[in-house]
Design a protein around this ligand. Structure first.
Ligand code: SF4
Ligand code: SF4
Length: 57
């Protein structure tokens, strides 16, 4: 399991600094999470102003 960042992302960058395993980086149109690195902690979702990070199905 991993979190995904959806299209609501406004590229604020707040989540990147919160990730304990540095799984988040700036992508082409939004920030992206490396699923292989994500430990499913939810920290990114708690700081995101628009609720873009969500647990993957
Ligand atoms: Fe990083 Fe946790 Fe978000 Fe995964 S759920 S991307 S480990 S902050
Ligand atoms: Fe995008 Fe939310 Fe991360 Fe900001 S905190 S870069 S809006 S996913």
């Amino acid at each position: 399991m991993a979190y995904n960042i959806n299209s609501e992302c406004i590229n604020c960058g707040a989540c990147e600094a919160e990730c304990p395993v540095s799984a988040i980086s700036a992508g082409e149109s939004s920030y992206v999470i490396d699923a292989a690195t994500c430990i499913d902690c939810g920290a990114c979702a708690s700081v995101c102003p628009v609720g873009a990070p969500n647990p993957a199905e």
